[in-house]
Design a binder for this molecule. Structure first.
Ligand code: BLA
Length: 519
């Protein structure tokens, strides 16, 4: 391959996966000049197998001589539309191969001044024909009938599994640091579940994610394939290997192949989930033997994937909107306790009954309120003494009466001993001197996952070949997110000003009243 540095586990993001110099063998690739007589200037070394002509015979040949007059018109029309739109429209080309008519499903696109024509023999279309309308209508109606994100993802996974006839289909969602989580899964019976598992960003390196943003579907037809070389290696116009960024046959990174082999996977399809030109997730599909999916079905999956993506986004907005309303209501309820009462004793009595309200306000697992020297604890929290010490530290950290972090133990040493309860905290002072305050707690996410069942403990295989595997990846992810809670979202933190203003004003009033009474 064309690289200077050897690629290993630590520099995956440097691998130039767009110029591998190879393709997968289930199709044939021709690079064609764009001048008056489109001429083949590079080709994959499997032309004889697919087209009945050796690479020597193909190279330098005008494309028309290979595919015929009728086809060349179709192809040229597509090259024009391919250069304006980025979607790959496939066409069937019937070509005479050693005296026999052979049909190829073909796509064409522009690459650095050349056209790349990729042709796949369409013999395998047969038994998958005819279900399209049924698939589309079932996909739409089942998706429409769900009322939250996870349910919708589950339906999408099940429907894609049915369409592809694959063994496992996962909905994989990225977080802000590009770590990933399997949020829904449909799989054949007896397969180990990956649902709920987390993986580090390095499993799908940046340059791969960039390609998935440009190509909405990626398929590896046979993980154990022998790559086919493109000859000559260098693209005549650029002097570099042919740029295969938009190629559907592009050969796969050997490291990723190793990963899939270690998992026992034989074929994959990956469908991009995009919103606002951002890759937010992937539909990742595994089959445990080689499996070819015709272009028609790939296109359909693409289309349904983008429908699912926008449906899901609407649902997410609705979910977030409802969560925001709930937390505003909870904040109002807490604020009203202070506003509606003048007696500190009464306030504390009422606060004692509000565990659910307080926890749901911040989607927290624990909370503490300190008021008039009384410390009330709710849910899972550090000890009283630890909370009081933490509060003193927080009073110094707070700007404009509040502070939050999702990595407490990395900022405040004493928290190391209770990070499983409090890696995330939100602090808000409710009196000017910060003697009165509320703190919310979230657990370390790693502990949370371990309680739910530790994927790293699932034994897949134990031989040396396991250095790249989802299990190892989980361990790596665990190192990355150690000492971290799920992040506090902007929407969640949005209620803080409300608490600060109402509660602070109210407590000031009460203090003034108390002082007046004392005089
Ligand atoms: C690509 N890595 C991918 C893809 C997935 C994953 C889904 C898309 C390609 C595909 O297989 O269809 C990761 N697959 C996963 C994860 C699970 C899964 C997390 O099933 C969990 C269940 N990958 C590594 C390391 C490197 C690496 C260490 O783990 C680098 C050394 C590289 N992954 C890598 C590359 C690609 C990739 C280069 C792009 C492959 C391509 O499109 O050519």
């Amino acid at each position: 391959t064309y690289t200077n540095d050897p690629i290993d586990l630590n520099n995956c993001d440097k691998e130039p996966i767009h110029i591998p110099g190879f393709i997968q063998p289930h199709g044939v690739l021709l690079a064609v000049s764009t001048n008056n007589i489109p001429t083949i200037v590079q080709c994959s070394q499997n032309t004889e197998e697919h087209l009945g002509l050796t690479t020597q015979e193909v190279l330098g040949l005008p494309l028309e001589h290979l595919i015929g007059k009728d086809n060349i018109r179709q192809v040229l029309a597509r090259t024009f539309s391919a250069s304006v739109t980025s979607d790959l429209q496939y066409m069937d080309l019937t070509i005479n191969v050693s005296g026999n008519e052979k049909v190829f499903t073909s796509v064409i696109h522009e690459s650095e001044g050349l056209f790349i024509l990729e042709m796949e023999p369409s013999y395998e279309n047969g038994n998958m024909e005819g279900n399209d309308f049924e698939w589309i209508s079932r996909f739409f109606s089942r998706l429409k009938s769900t009322d939250n994100r996870v349910e919708a993802s589950q339906i999408a996974a099940e429907q894609v599994k049915e369409m592809l006839g694959y063994d496992r289909v996962m909905i994989y969602e990225f977080d802000e640091q590009w770590n990933g989580k399997v949020i829904a899964e449909a799989r054949e019976e007896g397969l180990e579940p990956f649902l709920g598992h987390h993986y580090p960003a390095s499993d799908i390196p940046k340059q791969a994610r960039e390609l998935y943003l440009r190509n909405w579907l990626r398929t590896i037809v046979n993980v154990n394939y022998t790559p086919v070389e493109i000859v000559p290696l260098l693209q005549p116009l650029t002097g570099k290997p042919l740029n295969l960024s938009l190629s559907v046959l592009r050969s796969v990174s050997p490291l990723h192949i190793e990963y899939l082999q270690n998992m026992g996977v034989g074929a994959t399809v990956t469908i991009s989930l995009i919103h606002d030109n951002q890759l937010w997730g992937l539909i990742t599909c595994h089959h445990y033997s080689a499996r070819y999916i015709p272009h028609r079905v790939r296109n359909l999956c693409n289309f349904l994937g983008s429908f699912f993506s926008s449906e899901l986004f609407q649902r997410q907005q609705l979910d977030e909107y409802q969560a925001e309303i709930r937390s505003r209501e909870a904040a109002t309820q807490i604020a009203n306790i202070f506003i509606g009462n003048t007696s500190p004793v009464r306030i504390i009595e009422e606060l004692q009954d509000e565990e659910q309200t307080l926890l749901s306000l911040m989607d927290a697992s624990g909370a503490a309120i300190c008021y008039q020297d009384k410390l009330l604890l709710y849910g899972d929290t550090p000890t009283r003494e630890q909370v009081r010490e933490l509060a003193a530290w927080l009073a110094g950290k707070a700007e404009d009466y509040s502070y939050h972090t999702s990595k407490l133990s990395l900022e405040y040493d004493p928290a190391k001993v209770y990070k499983e309860k409090a890696s995330g905290i939100v602090y808000v002072a409710i009196s000017p001197g910060q003697h009165h305050y509320i703190i919310w707690f979230r657990p370390e996410v790693v502990q949370l996952v371990d309680w739910a069942g530790d994927p790293a403990k699932v034994v897949i295989k134990t031989d040396d070949g396991m250095r790249l595997s989802p299990r190892k990846s989980f361990e790596k992810w665990r190192e990355v997110v150690q000492s971290t809670s799920y992040p506090w979202t902007t929407k969640e933190l949005n209620v803080l000003p409300m608490l600060k203003s109402i509660v602070r004003r109210q407590t000031e009033n009460q203090l003034v009243q108390a002082e007046e009474q004392a005089l």
